[in-house]
Design a protein around this ligand. Structure first.
Ligand code: UDP
Length: 337
């Protein structure tokens, strides 16, 4: 019999790619999303869909009464570092209360496994690179702090209720599913790669580089971009480990690319010119963030299938061309390629 799983935030960017992977591998999937940032069109018709907010405990109780879940994948959250610096309460309250509701509903229903989307922001500005699981946790923002708090709540849910959890600390999720149906579409968009693609296609006048005076080879910030399908793959690989223990893994490619390197790769991949302006630094941006994913590689045999920047950007470009304007814009027929 197929396993049944709940995916909160399954209409969002990383969540929808995980849903696609789960369906591909024969899971029965129930998506719960409030659609404030997620897109209904990102959830395929072979997944059940519940429009609800995690703040609504009654709705959660109904969902856990209707299905018996073998595992819960928890993506639903506010996820903007900058917004959390302007409104810490929104994150420290919203993300944590919603997650505590979910953990309570899951433990009450006797669910044994939860996979949680955590963040590299747990490590703030780390004292050494690459960032592994032994790196000191010192969240860089209220957003990161809210994720750390939830990791701790999951620690106690294991100790007290036997709910095993995998906390996956993502670095920079990027790219899109090769099926061309799902991709990255935030409102407002703040992430580098979709913004650079829009600057290449002329939907935006230019890309602003947030600072070119960092202590890095070309002066721009270096980040570890990981293909969203490689993230999704990791979410499924942790399930067997959860039979015996809770785990925490950092998830990145292990390679850093500068903002200028992303822009150059985009010009290579698209054959278009990206107009660039250099602006001031963005508050709170560390110069370099690179993950060590050695632990998940050696313990679970995970390895990225799309490690190089050009293939990551190429997949994002592919989706963007088919969906100019994202999910809300007209989708171009794939045959038109
Ligand atoms: N960035 C930039 N211009 C933009 C958006 C982002 O120069 O319009 C830089 C940002 O300073 C960071 C990198 O691109 O160094 C990745 O930013 P993003 O917001 O995509 O992800 P983050 O690293 O903040 O999670």
């Amino acid at each position: 019999t197929p396993q049944t799983v709940l995916v909160t935030g399954g209409a969002g960017y990383v969540g929808s790619h995980c849903v696609a992977e789960l369906l591909d591998r024969g899971f029965r999937v129930v998506v719960l999303d409030n659609l404030r940032q997620g897109h209904r069109a990102a959830v395929p018709s072979d997944a059940a869909f519940v429009e609800a907010d995690l703040a609504d405990m009654d709705a959660l109780t109904r969902v856990f009464a209707e299905w018996r879940f073998d595992a819960v994948f928890h993506f639903a959250a506010l996820s903007l570092v900058g917004e959390s610096m302007r409104d810490p309460h929104l994150y420290l309250h919203g993300n944590t209360v919603n997650s505590l509701n979910l953990i309570r509903a899951a433990t009450t229903a006797g669910v044994r496994k939860m996979v949680f989307s955590s963040t590299a922001n747990l490590f703030g500005t780390p004292e050494r690179l690459p960032i592994d699981e032994e790196t000191t946790i010192d969240p860089g923002s209220p957003y990161g702090e809210s994720k750390f708090f939830i990791e701790r709540a999951l620690h106690w849910a294991d100790r007290c209720h036997g709910l095993r959890s995998a906390c996956l600390r993502y670095f920079n999720a990027a790219g899109a599913h090769p099926n061309g149906i799902i991709g990255e579409d935030h409102h407002p968009e703040t992430h580098l790669i979709p913004l650079v693609l829009d600057a290449a296609s002329g939907r935006r006048s230019h890309i602003e580089i947030f600072g070119d005076d960092y202590p890095t080879p070309d002066g721009t910030c270096v980040r570890d971009y990981i293909h969203v399908c490689d993230l999704a793959d990791a979410h499924l690989r942790v399930l067997p480990a959860l039979e015996t223990r809770s785990v925490r893994f950092n998830l990145g490619n292990g390679t850093g690319y500068s903002v200028r390197a992303v822009i150059e790769a985009t010009e290579r991949v698209t054959g278009l010119t990206v107009p660039v302006k250099v602006g001031p630094r963005r508050a709170g941006d560390p110069a370099v963030l690179i993950a060590s994913s050695e632990r998940i590689r050696s313990e679970l045999g995970w390895t990225p299938r799309f490690p190089d920047l050009d293939s990551i950007i190429g997949s994002a470009w592919d989706w963007r061309r088919r969906h100019p304007g994202g999910y809300r814009g007209p989708a171009l027929a794939q045959a038109a390629e």
